[in-house]
Ligand binder design. Sequence first.
Ligand SMILES: CC(=O)N[C@H]1[C@@H](OP(=O)(O)OP(=O)(O)OC[C@H]2O[C@@H](n3ccc(=O)[nH]c3=O)[C@H](O)[C@@H]2O)O[C@H](CO)[C@@H](O)[C@@H]1O[C@H](C)C(=O)N[C@@H](C)C(=O)N[C@H](CCC(=O)N[C@@H](CCC[C@@H](N)C(=O)O)C(=O)O)C(=O)O
Ligand code: ATP
Ligand SMILES: C[C@@H](N)C(=O)N[C@H](C)C(=O)O
Length: 428
Amino acid sequence: MDPVLFIYSFLQKGGRAITDSREVGPHDVFFALRGDNFDGNRFALDAISKGTSLVVIDDPAFAVEGTLLVSNVLESLQRVANHHRRVLGIPILGITGSNGKTTTKELLSKVLQKKFKVSFTQGNLNNHIGVPLTILSFSTTTEFGIVEMGANHLHEIAQLCSITEPNFGIVTNVGKAHLDGFGSFEGVKKGKGELYDYLAKNKGLAFYNQSNAYLSEMIASRTVDSISYSASLFGAELYPTTSKEPFLRTSLPSVGVVSTHLFGKYNLENVLASFAVGRKFGVPDLLIKEAIEEYVPGNSRSQIVKTENNTVLLDCYNANPTSMRSALMDVSEIDNGKKIAILGDMLELGSFSEEEHTAILNQAMDCGFEKIFLVGPLFSKVAKDYPVSSFPDSACLLEHFANNPVLNSFVLLKGSRGIRLEKVFDSL
Ligand SMILES: CC(=O)N[C@H]1[C@@H](OP(=O)(O)OP(=O)(O)OC[C@H]2O[C@@H](n3ccc(=O)[nH]c3=O)[C@H](O)[C@@H]2O)O[C@H](CO)[C@@H](O)[C@@H]1O[C@H](C)C(=O)N[C@@H](C)C(=O)N[C@H](CCC(=O)N[C@@H](CCC[C@@H](N)C(=O)O)C(=O)O)C(=O)O
Ligand SMILES: Nc1ncnc2c1ncn2[C@@H]1O[C@H](COP(=O)(O)OP(=O)(O)OP(=O)(O)O)[C@@H](O)[C@H]1O
Ligand SMILES: C[C@@H](N)C(=O)N[C@H](C)C(=O)O
């Protein structure tokens, strides 16, 4: 029997696809992946002892009853996911882009849930392992799937498309993110454009932001069916943000004011994408508005948190020059008196790192911050000639705040995940 069908037959009995032996339960199928720190094969016996129905391994040294030996466990996981996708036969929307994938995915899942039984990527499980696990979490009662696709190098989105086979797609935007792996901004466009390539080749449909010149150009250069959205196309107006009303508010002719729980004008494009997709699938505008207003980010993304002493824009899930620039611009426009910036290094920029950190620092100097704190070796390296305070890591800044607390301020807390700026949050 084809190993894919053999593995699938076990999953059809109701067990989950699991990649961590510590999480397996009875009836689950354990895929023993090899990673940077562990070899999953070593946990085969442990998984069997927990009642797993099948353990997929690729090292014959661990073959015992209850295991299936394949040539590559990761590939098997991906192939089984693709098989499941084909069995389900449901419409699937793929979402990629440099910024806003997760937010758009979360908004859209709420919008489409107004009409369908939707399954979607949990958290950020968006890579070559996360996407197959996402697809395998879709049940036979799922009516619509939403799959977030992340990448830090070329050909990755193409691979994720071949596993997911999306019928619909969104590239939220293209920006200066993961420049190290993509090589350049051109590389980012090419890499994200792999979703459009897939849709073009497979008679899919792309939703795109017409006011983004790069996306318009990427669509125009391919023969792909598309539906466009933009503030002007939808007649969307923006309300100014204030310290009392820091959240994005927009109005659309059909529904009036849409009051989100998201900080940042940059989120408007994520909101408009949700309207475009919702409308295409017959969700009435008023329900789309309701769904968007229901979404409260709880994941350090565009999150406003009022602490005892300050109002904090908690945005430390990731950072790159494009999202950093947008956040700085939006914070500079709010009317609050005392504003403080805590900026962490932007990672994975390769040879562009120094010039991009310098450019962001220059921008931050013009944003009206009373004080700027920089965290991480990359910002520290370029900070010498600027009137800012720089710290090698979050722990050092935390120590500094213990004696010099920040009070009565609007605080922008943004940096790459690896800088762990959330450690500083408790002191604010
Ligand atoms: C493979 C895996 O899932 N690893 C996770 C694990 O790492 P850990 O260091 O503990 O182990 P290994 O990877 O070495 O382990 C190999 C396997 O062994 C299993 N195992 C280990 C111990 C044990 O006792 N029993 C076991 O069975 C283990 O479970 C492994 O299967 O834990 C870490 C901490 O929780 C995880 O961080 C690690 O997850 C890795 C990174 C991963 O890829 N997880 C995916 C499911 C995923 O989707 N993760 C997303 C983040 C995705 C992401 O970063 N996306 C980028 C763009 C994509 C870039 C792409 N090229 C890439 O490199 O990923 C983006 O910008 O969005 C998430 O977790 O949020
Ligand atoms: N449309 C946008 N334009 C610019 N920046 C954005 C946009 N949407 C979100 N961001 C910024 O990116 C951060 C992360 O948002 P989100 O998680 O939705 O993006 P992502 O592309 O999924 O990133 P990741 O894959 O790391 O989760 C936000 O907190 C915000 O700072
Ligand atoms: C954590 C990963 N999804 C990511 O976004 N990495 C970049 C480099 C970041 O943390 O800014």
